[in-house]
Design a protein around this ligand. Structure first.
Ligand SMILES: [Zn+2]
Length: 270
């Protein structure tokens, strides 16, 4: 039976910037990948100076939705499910009554549970609870909905939180220094303790095979309104990224402290 991986993301573009190469890696091996995006991204702004259109709010949402589909194609997703909430904005005040943060938790969890009941994934990937460097209320809500969702399920996939360790920040920062380009990773070097500590990592997915890294960058580029060509995401070339740090990192929910690291999301330790 085909293995299935389901990811839960807050906004269009999060699926590209968080764990995108992992999805590209697994879909290249025949794994079915399913994306759940909780909000429409409508509270964002155009961040690419090359995009000069003056979008109406409705048009902006439509453009971001099309960008999401293009990104998902690049990563090899078989399906994109939209939970249908409005983006709550960085301060949590956008989106009106349909904002993700104002939706009843059980209602949002039930929407996610229906997708999971249909898809029956072996692996679910979402966000962790350490948001000290990621305070977006929709990201925090996505974690709450995913956590709630687990209680509603009649089967138990392995659940992972996306991580980004201090070790990875150090390696990527050093690669930028060595190549003489400005480093977008400097902030992570002084991150507070928590999910950024190396000992929380349970699973390292090697994303150096094939073109997983290129596909992650292509997915990012699909978000034309959000990702300028001069973005820090492209500071290093795909090969430099592979050489500097060959993995994307995860913390398996329920793992024992300092559990031995494994290299496959579908292989939980015995
Ligand atoms: Zn987001």
């Amino acid at each position: 039976m085909t293995q299935c991986l389901l990811t839960v993301h807050a906004h269009p573009d999060d699926e590209a910037s968080r764990g995108g190469a992992t999805v590209a890696h697994y879909t290249a091996q025949g794994v079915r990948a399913v994306l759940v995006t909780c909000t429409d991204g409508g509270a964002g702004e155009v961040l690419n100076p090359a995009v000069t259109d003056d979008f109406t709010p409705e048009r902006f949402v439509a453009v971001r939705s099309a960008e999401l589909d293009a990104s998902a194609r690049n990563l090899g997703y078989s399906a994109v499910h939209r939970l249908g909430y409005r983006d709550s904005g960085m301060d949590g005040t956008a989106g009106g009554a349909e904002a993700f943060v104002r939706a009843p938790l059980d209602e949002a969890a039930t929407r996610l549970a229906r997708v999971i009941a249909d898809e029956r994934p072996d692996v679910v990937i979402g966000y962790g609870t350490n948001h000290t460097r990621d305070p977006h209320p929709d990201h925090i809500r996505a974690n709450e909905v995913l956590t709630r969702r687990v209680d509603l399920l009649d089967h138990t996939p392995a659940v992972y939180h996306i991580a980004f360790s201090r070790r990875r920040h150090r390696a990527l920062h050093q690669a930028c220094v060595d190549s003489g380009v400005p480093s977008p990773y400097e902030g992570g070097l002084s991150a507070p303790p928590g999910a950024f500590d190396d000992e929380w990592i349970t699973t390292l997915v090697d994303v150096t095979k094939g073109d997983a890294v290129e596909r992650r960058l292509d997915a990012l580029r699909s978000h034309v309104t959000q990702v300028p060509p001069a973005s820090g995401w492209f500071a290093l070339s795909p090969q430099q990224l592979r050489d500097a740090f060959p993995y994307e990192e995860y913390t398996r929910v329920g793992a024992a402290p300092r559990e031995a690291v494994v290299h496959d999301l579908f292989t939980a330790p015995a």
